[in-house]
Design a protein around this ligand. Structure first.
Ligand code: BGC
Length: 416
C-alpha cells in the first residue's frame, strides 16, 4: 500500500514538475509545531514523506495549543481553500467532521488495521459516526512538572508529592532569589495548569463532573473556589514578566536554571531534549503533586480536508505514514509524547517516556485517564474557550475565586 501510494504521488510530482505546475502532489500541512523541539519532531515526518517522493508544503501557525492555528484554519475553509491536512485536537476533529469538512479515511484505516492498534480513548476522537476521519500521531499527557535538577539539589528540595510540599518547594526557590515557576501567561497555558490543579485539589470524579460532564452544581461549588484559590497561590510564584510569554521560553527558563519548575504537557520534554538535556541528570519529570495516579491526556491527530472529492493519493500517504509503527517510534521519542499505537515498543524511550507510557496504561485501566480540558479533549471548543476566559481573568486578578467559580457556571450555561 505504502509503495503504491508513494509511486502514485511520486508520479504526480513528476507530472507537476514536467508541466510546470508547482508541486501538484505536495501535501500542504497546517500545524502549530514551531518551537525547537516541535520542529525537530516535525522533521521526522517531513523526511519520512520525502522518502516516499511526497513534497511537504509547510503551513505553520505559531501559537501553543493551536489557538491561532484554528483561527487560520477557519479562514481558509471559509475561503474555500482548506489545506490538505491539518493538526487537530480532540473535539475540534468532531466539530469539523460534523460540518462535513473531513475526508473519510476508512480505506487507509482498514488496509492498515488501525482498529486493532489504536486505543479506544483515541478512537473516540479519530472516528466520527463510525468512520475514521483522523490519524493519531501521539499521546501527550499534560499533568507534568518539569524541574531543573541542579536547582533542586542546590536548595535541598526533594520531589514534592503533595500540594503542601509543592508550595513549600516553590517558597524555598523564591526565597533563594530564583523564579519558582517558569510560566507564560497565555490562556491555554493558564488552563493547562488549571487542569492539573483541579485534578490535584478535587480528584478525578470532580474532574469528570466539571470538565467533562459540565455539571453546573459542581462547577459553582466550594471545591471549585478552592481550585481557584490554589491558582492564586501559583500566581504568586511566577515572575513579573510572565504575561504573554510563549511556553517554550518558559521551558527555556527551567533549562537554563532561571526557574525551578514548569507545569506543562510533555511536549516540554522535546525542548529539554532539543537543548541536549538528559532526564534524571539535568532535569526531572514528575506528575503534578496529588495527581500521581491520574493522567490528563491529549492526542495530536491529522485530519484530511475533503477538498470536494476523494482522498488524494498524497493525503492517503500522509495518513499512512503517520500510522506507521517505525515512524511513531522515531517521532514520539523526539516529540516527548508516546505512540498512538499499542503495538509499538517504548523500550528504548528515555526515563520520562517510559514513565509516561506506564502511567498512561495504569490510568487507563483504573479509570483515571481523562481528556485534558486545556487541550480540547474534555469538551468542545466553545466551552473550552469560555473556560479559558474565566481561568485567565482570574489568574490576572480580575476575579476573586468565588466570582471565578460563578463565572465558570455562566460560561458553561451560555454555551449550552
Ligand atoms: C499539542 C502539542 C504541542 C503543544 C504546544 C498541544 O496542544 O498537542 O503537540 O506541542 O500544544 O504547542
Amino acid at each position: 500500500m505504502r509503495v503504491i501510494f508513494g509511486r502514485t504521488a511520486g508520479a504526480l510530482t513528476a507530472l507537476a514538475l514536467s508541466t510546470g505546475v508547482a508541486a501538484a502532489a505536495d501535501v500542504e500541512v497546517l500545524h502549530w509545531w514551531t518551537s525547537g523541539g516541535e520542529a525537530s519532531a516535525l522533521n521526522v515526518l517531513k523526511e519520512d514523506l520525502e522518502g516516499q517522493g511526497i513534497g511537504w508544503q509547510d503551513m505553520p501557525v505559531a501559537g501553543g495549543g493551536g489557538t491561532q492555528a484554528m483561527t487560520v484554519l477557519r479562514a481558509r475553509v471559509t475561503a474555500g481553500n482548506p489545506p490538505s491536512a491539518v493538526q487537530l485536537l480532540g473535539f475540534d476533529i468532531t466539530d469539523w467532521a460534523r460540518e462535513g469538512a473531513l475526508a473519510n479515511l476508512d480505506a487507509v484505516a482498514t488496509e492498515g488495521g488501525w482498529d486493532a492498534v489504536v486505543p479506544e480513548a483515541l478512537q473516540a476522537f479519530s472516528k466520527y459516526d463510525g468512520h475514521w476521519v483522523a490519524a493519531p500521531v501521539n499521546i501527550h499527557s499534560t499533568n507534568w512538572v518539569w524541574a531543573n535538577k541542579a536547582t533542586l539539589d542546590e536548595l535541598g528540595i526533594a520531589v514534592p508529592t503533595t500540594w503542601d510540599e509543592l508550595v513549600a518547594a516553590m517558597q524555598k526557590v523564591k526565597d533563594s532569589g530564583k523564579v519558582a515557576v517558569g510560566h507564560g501567561g497565555q490562556p491555554w497555558q493558564d488552563a493547562t495548569i488549571f487542569d492539573a490543579v483541579l485534578m490535584s485539589t478535587a480528584g478525578p470524579e470532580f474532574y469528570k463532573q466539571t470538565m467533562i460532564d459540565l455539571d453546573t452544581e459542581a462547577l459553582g461549588s466550594e471545591q471549585m473556589v478552592e481550585v481557584f484559590d490554589r491558582m492564586t497561590v501559583i500566581r504568586g510564584f511566577v515572575d513579573d514578566n510572565f504575561s504573554g510569554r510563549d511556553w517554550n521560553l518558559a521551558s527555556a527558563m527551567v533549562i537554563n536554571g532561571d526557574a525551578a519548575f514548569q507545569f506543562m504537557g510533555d511536549w516540554a520534554k522535546g525542548e529539554f531534549l532539543n537543548a541536549g538535556k538528559v532526564p534524571d541528570q539535568d532535569f526531572l519529570c514528575f506528575r503534578f503533586p496529588g495527581t500521581q495516579e491520574q493522567v490528563t491526556f491529549n492526542t495530536d491527530q491529522f485530519a484530511v480536508f475533503a477538498q470536494g472529492g476523494e482522498v488524494k493519493p498524497e493525503q492517503a500517504a500522509l495518513a499512512e505514514a503517520i500510522m506507521s509503527p517505525e515512524f511513531q517510534q522515531a517521532f514520539n521519542k523526539v516529540k516527548g509524547s508516546v505512540p498512538a499505537r499499542t503495538d509499538v515498543s517504548v523500550e528504548d524511550f528515555d526515563a520520562c517516556g517510559q514513565k509516561a507510557y506506564e502511567e498512561l496504561k495504569a490510568a487507563a485501566s483504573s479509570g483515571n485517564l481523562m481528556g485534558s480540558m486545556a487541550h480540547g479533549h474534555a469538551n468542545p471548543a466553545a466551552v473550552k474557550n469560555a473556560m479559558y476566559d474565566v481561568i485567565t481573568a482570574h489568574f490576572n486578578g480580575e476575579y476573586d475565586s468565588a466570582t471565578a467559580a460563578e463565572e465558570m457556571v455562566s460560561a458553561v450555561e451560555l454555551t449550552q
